[in-house]
Ligand binder design. Structure first.
Ligand code: ACO
Length: 446
């Protein structure tokens, strides 16, 4: 399965329930018994398998699904993906329309509250978020304590966790007003924490938020302001960053969103859960792939070397980074938008010379049988690193940028989990294959 199961509106000719016929009949050949298990939303409940036993005292049948390749762990109304068709929608709105016509804070509101805001709602939301961009002065002391070459993502993970010690009210996760406030704080403060981490790593003084600027504009200010009294935001770069935040805002049950839900299911505060989610994003298989694309393009060096590189990939000597996706078996819709965005950014920053290699690589790969047969297309990371680099972001900041955009998705997933009556503390089962019971042996006799 490569897609989110379609929402009810997508199921054209098949009602959700067909008068008791939507069932799965299972015959247990061990006992000859038959079981009728209901099917809802093309899914059976794993717990319904528990009744399948050989003896009464048996635990009952379980499913084995490492990496959750075919297990729906929740019902969600936030993000829909059709990986075969290359479709991504937030709350039903196509990503292309949101990226073209919307902005990040409006999209964050949509993701968190379920509907696009009207003018009054939007203005209040922007105000609520921007009112919370400042962090406690002590946060600066934490950041100062990091080594000069500390990775900014490590600093972000730590400082967002530390926020829980400043906002002890955040543990009231059952109080809707408290949740609302923590969401303002998280969406508001993530860019500040990210910018402080960056400024520390380059040895520059921290820049306080300027709430007269937009969300993306203020972030650029906190990163790049030098001695000028007021930072002048380049509108093209501001818009590009805003679009990149939109494209990264949510992607349903990916590794970091699952971490957010799983940690949050213990009813810990949302700062601790966000730290868990950001830690998951830090890994090279999740938020780190766009940096790998840049290293790969550097290694290829020139267009002339592309055929030899493709040959080596086909021989299994490495991967074409930025290609392929667990869910998308088509062009990642975000990659299409980013490719267009690259031209606009390069008009301001100058063309990233690696773009020509990337374009040629893509052209050759999309015609090559190896990639066609395996349905390997460019993913969101193929072009995003080129834009970030052109905008002067060091490679270490790439996952940090991802985390800022993704925070709205994490908090939406977290709140949806808390309000879902089906959910409990996340606690998977295991198949125990270790030793049977044995007696302790004194150390001298081992
Ligand atoms: N280059 C070359 N071959 C590839 C690539 C690639 N980028 N991706 C997959 N393949 C091949 C595999 O070797 C495998 O071939 P085989 O059938 O001959 O063994 C086949 O395509 C299927 O690949 P899987 O690894 O089974 O696909 P999976 O869904 O497990 O992996 C993943 C998806 C991890 C994204 C993979 O495509 C990959 O490593 N891509 C490069 C890294 C990357 O760009 N990651 C970013 C993903 S987007 C994101 O996380 C925000």
């Amino acid at each position: 399965m490569t897609s989110t199961p379609p929402p009810p509106s997508e199921k054209k000719d098949k009602p959700l329930s067909s008068g008791g016929k939507d069932t799965l009949t299972i015959t247990d050949n061990r006992t000859g018994k038959q079981y009728e298990v209901p099917i809802e939303n093309d899914t059976i409940r794993a717990l319904d398998l528990r009744q399948i036993k050989v003896k009464d005292e048996d635990f009952g049948l379980m499913t084995y699904d490492p990496a959750y390749m075919n297990t729906a762990a929740c019902k969600s109304r936030i993000t829909f993906i059709d990986g075969d068709k290359g479709i991504l929608r937030y709350r039903g709105y196509p990503i292309e329309q949101l990226a073209e016509k919307g902005n990040y804070l409006e999209t964050a509101y949509l993701i968190i509250y379920g509907e696009l805001p009207n003018k009054a709602q939007y203005e209040k939301w922007v105000n609520d978020v921007m009112m919370h961009t400042l962090v406690h002065e002590n946060i600066k002391k934490f950041v100062d304590g990091f080594h000069y070459d500390a990775h900014p993502m490590g600093m972000l993970v730590s400082t967002v966790a530390a926020l829980s010690t400043f906002y002890t009210d955040a543990k009231n996760i059952k109080d809707p007003d408290s949740r609302k406030l923590q969401i303002f704080r998280l969406v508001g403060k993530m860019p500040t924490l990210a910018a402080f981490a960056y400024r520390h790593s380059v040895g520059r003084p921290y820049v306080y938020p300027d709430n007269e600027l937009s969300y993306a504009g203020n972030f650029l200010n906190m990163l790049f302001k030098m001695t000028e009294v007021k930072y002048k935001v380049n509108p093209v770069l501001e818009r590009a960053l805003d679009i990149l935040f939109i494209l990264h805002a949510d992607h349903e049950q990916n590794c970091s969103a699952s971490a957010m839900r799983s940690v949050g299911s213990s009813q810990v505060d949302p700062y601790s859960s966000t730290a868990g989610a950001a830690a998951a994003l830090y890994g090279p298989l999740h938020g780190g792939a766009n940096a790998e694309v840049l290293y790969m393009l550097d290694e290829i060096g020139s267009k002339n070397n592309i055929p030899a590189f493709i040959k080596s990939v086909k021989e299994g000597k490495g991967k074409l980074m930025g290609f392929g996706h667990r869910i998308y078996k088509n062009y990642d819709p975000r990659a299409k938008i980013i490719k267009q965005l690259a031209d606009e950014v390069f008009e301001v920053t100058g063309r990233n010379p690696k773009l020509d290699i990337a374009l040629e690589l893509e052209r050759i790969a999309l015609e090559d049988e190896y990639f066609v047969k395996r349905k390997l297309y460019p993913n969101v990371d193929f072009y995003s690193g080129l834009i970030y680099q052109a905008m002067q972001f060091p490679v270490e900041m790439f996952p940090v940028l991802f985390a800022i955009g993704r925070t709205s998705g994490w908090v939406a997933q977290w709140e949806e989990m808390l309000l879902d009556a089906d959910q409990k503390i996340a606690r998977p089962r295991q198949i125990y294959l270790g030793s049977g019971s044995r007696d302790y042996i004194m150390m001298g006799k081992r």
